[in-house]
Unconditional design. Structure first.
Length: 201
């Protein structure tokens, strides 16, 4: 009968890093322990609940939403880009593939368009002054990565319309009190003033 001697080694498991930024399935992909912990700390400080990349830029869609502007006003389209290092940001009008801005420089003869970016800021803005109906549509924010990183922002242009509630004709008894209510539709924000006219006065 053969006898065998077995020798067992109990090795501790390697440390498991917590790659989750939130209770969802979002995770930090790759990197050293120090890099991951640093990224998680930055995400917590910014209140970012979602994927935190450790390489390359990332467009934050929550702060790069669609815009509604009133005719004649100024529209501000925002593209918030996190972790951008040594990359260039440009804005393009999608309907005619017209390159509008590159970095802080404007590449269009239409002087209503302007690129705005403050040093150290994550926001890359496209301002359109004196907005017209023809300006409505999609605009694309692009980051000059190896495979271009893009995000589309839709601009809606509206023109407020006013009506008198119960109008256009109201019939009341002489000497009674009348209450006129003005309804304003398609206004992105409450108008600062409402003017009433009677017989062109």
């Amino acid at each position: 009968m053969n006898n065998y001697c077995a020798l067992f080694f109990f090795l501790p498991h390697p440390p498991v890093l917590n790659h989750f930024v939130s209770p969802s399935s979002s995770f930090v992909d790759g990197g050293t322990e120090a890099e991951i912990l640093k990224a998680l700390d930055e995400a917590a400080a910014e209140g970012a609940w979602g994927y935190v990349p450790l390489s390359g830029p990332y467009i934050d869609p929550q702060h790069s939403g669609n815009v509604t502007a009133q005719v004649g006003a100024t529209a501000v389209l925002n593209c918030r880009i996190l972790y951008i290092v040594g990359k260039t940001v440009s804005w393009m009008r999608t309907r005619d593939l017209h390159l509008l801005t590159v970095g802080r420089f404007t590449y269009t003869s239409d002087q209503r368009f302007k690129a705005v970016h403050q040093s150290g800021s994550q926001d890359w803005l496209l301002k359109i002054h004196y907005v017209q109906h023809r300006d409505a549509g999609p605009y694309e924010c692009q980051v000059s990565t190896t495979e271009p990183l893009t995000h589309t922002v839709w601009l809606s242009v509206v023109e407020p319309q006013t009506t008198v509630f119960g109008g256009p004709d109201l019939y009341i008894d002489a000497g009674s009190v009348i209450n006129l209510t003005c309804l304003v539709k398609y206004s992105p924000e409450p108008p600062p003033y409402i003017f009433w006219y009677h017989d062109e006065e």
